[in-house]
Design a protein around this ligand. Structure first.
Ligand code: AOF
Ligand code: ZN
Length: 371
């Protein structure tokens, strides 16, 4: 095993910067970057931009200058080059064919279809392979993919807007419908960006009943996440937008009669979450943004089934309404950060067990779209 040098870490940091470019659109695949280096110079580089498109290594090889080659080069790849024929041919084979001499790998790919076999193939072909001993930034970047592969469940983000006096919904007139925003329009754009970043968005029966939300991405760029309604007691009505607008929704429980665009998962209150997690794995959903309401957030908080919390604090008081659930504080919330956003403020934290699993020791940064 060859040693990892400080220079290797610098090149890997560059590969990671490229991996970040494959922002929205790579899911369910991981975000991967690759830099090909020879004699201290970059020959070419690439990243995995979209599912179904070329993997990072293939993109880097394709980007070699006309007539150029990678013979004798070192490939820096944030994730082990794959060995399987999936949507694209195996990258380990492409690297072997390119004649590289060395490959530095950020982490082993936990996908059971790969799981070290890409590294074995390259070594068998005489390539010197070095694996980073720790790569917390790379793991953080791919926490959604890694969660599915290593823990068998999606990465779960709880999001909640809270007034200065601790309410997540203002007082309503009897029967008053619709979403009553507490936070500013600027922050709403950020939360729509968050929607586009995740594989699914989930709300409970109460929110569907009072807000009748569309749960799509309207104020940011990006794909709509899969909509999920958690309604094991069957309290929601079939005329709500999430069921009636013709777009796909997955409902746990839900009303008796549902259109074809809605898939039902039969479950009772006790097994609703475990069954949902299993179903989402089968659908290759790597992450879920839980947008409430209080009961649903409480359900995830109580069972400890969450990884990230994003609390959107509004400066004004509502003087009543729906109380926000209580959040973990103190020792249980070591990994936390704050991000001012106009008049609002986002407070975020990572579950200590999730942080330990990722291997990160510093507070994560929030994903904020470029202006
Ligand atoms: C790599 N480089 O850039 C990525 C890899 O369906 P496919 O063919 O796109 O394969 C997806 C799997 O390949 C994915 O689950 C992960 O194990 C690996 N992703 N591998 O060598 C890449 N994105
Ligand atoms: Zn590949």
């Amino acid at each position: 095993m060859s040693e990892v040098t400080p220079r290797d870490r610098e090149w890997m940091a560059e590969a990671l910067t490229l991996a970040r470019r494959g922002h929205i659109g790579t899911a369910p695949n991981p975000r991967v970057g690759c830099v090909l280096v020879r004699d201290g110079h970059v020959l070419s580089s690439g990243w995995h931009a979209a599912v179904g498109g070329p993997h990072a290594e293939a993109a880097a090889l394709q980007a070699l200058p006309p007539g150029g080659n990678a013979r004798g080069a070192t490939a820096y790849v944030t994730l082990e080059p794959c060995s399987h024929h999936g949507r694209t041919p195996p990258c380990s084979e492409a690297l072997i064919a390119s004649g590289i001499a060395r490959c530095v790998v950020g982490m082993v790919d936990p996908n059971p279809k790969v799981a070290g076999s890409g590294i074995d193939r390259m070594r068998a072909a005489g390539i010197e392979v070095t694996i980073l001993d720790a790569f917390p930034e790379g793991r953080w970047l791919n926490r959604r993919f890694l969660s599915a592969m290593e823990r068998g469940r999606p990465w779960i983000i709880l999001k909640c807007a809270v007034s200065a006096d601790g309410f997540m919904d203002p007082p309503r007139e009897r029967g008053e419908m619709g979403s009553l925003a507490i936070t500013s329009p600027a922050l709403r754009r950020l939360t729509h960006h968050w929607r586009a970043e995740e594989g699914a968005i989930l709300v409970g029966a109460g929110t569907v009943g009072t807000d009748d939300p569309a749960l799509n991405v309207r104020e940011a760029e990006g794909p709509n996440p899969l909509r999920i309604v958690l309604d094991p007691e069957g309290r929601t009505m079939a005329d709500r937008q999430v069921y009636a607008d013709g777009h796909p929704t997955l409902v746990v429980g839900g009303p008796q009669e549902l259109p074809e665009s809605v898939v039902r998962l039969d479950a009772n209150s006790q097994d609703a979450l475990p069954l949902l997690m299993e179903d989402l794995m089968a659908r290759e959903v790597r992450s879920v943004l839980v947008e409430g309401g209080a009961d649903t957030l409480g359900r995830f908080l109580d069972t400890g089934l969450w990884d990230e919390l994003r609390l959107c604090h509004a400066p004004q008081r509502t003087g009543g309404g729906l109380p926000a659930p209580s959040w973990p504080t103190g020792e249980d919330a070591l990994l936390r950060g704050e991000h001012p956003f106009g008049a609002d403020r986002v407070e975020y934290q990572v579950h200590p067990a999730s942080a330990a699993w990722v291997g990160t020791l510093c507070p994560p940064t929030l994903s904020v779209p470029l202006p």
